[in-house]
Design a protein around this ligand. Structure first.
Ligand SMILES: NC(=O)c1ccc[n+]([C@@H]2O[C@H](COP(=O)([O-])OP(=O)(O)OC[C@H]3O[C@@H](n4cnc5c(N)ncnc54)[C@H](OP(=O)(O)O)[C@@H]3O)[C@@H](O)[C@H]2O)c1
Length: 88
């Protein structure tokens, strides 16, 4: 993997325990990137703007891979079907 990122660059992978984030995390590790930061949902809720700002102030990453999201298939979406399936 050729990369412009330095192997010791601090890289924050948001959603690193998820399907996509986990794959990115493993790919970066395999490519030799050793300064990865992964925070669980409990450690940093990305909906909490103040907590996110505090994290970026405290230990600013040089790169961010954003793979955190609330993902659902058909069943989790059913309660929201009106907003999910209608257009305005
Ligand atoms: N899977 C696919 O095939 C695919 C394909 C194309 C695009 N995508 C997109 O890629 C993104 C990730 O999908 P995924 O399949 O990897 O989902 P996933 O397996 O459910 O992983 C999502 C991750 O985001 C974390 N998360 C959710 N809300 C958060 C919050 N408020 N703060 C911090 N972390 C939060 C989850 O933490 P917890 O585990 O603690 O809840 C989980 O680790 C989505 O935008 C999806 O649409 C996915």
């Amino acid at each position: 993997m050729r990369s412009m990122m330095e192997v010791d660059a601090k890289i924050y992978v948001a959603g690193h325990q998820g399907l996509v984030g986990g794959a990115i995390w493993r790919r970066l590790r395999t490519a030799g990137f050793g300064n990865l930061v992964g925070l669980s949902f409990q450690e940093l809720d990305l909906r909490d703007q103040a907590a996110v700002a505090a994290f970026f102030d405290r230990e600013p990453p040089e790169y961010v891979f954003m793979a955190a999201a609330r993902v659902g298939g058909l069943r989790p979406t059913l309660p929201f079907r009106r907003s999910s399936f209608t257009t305005t």
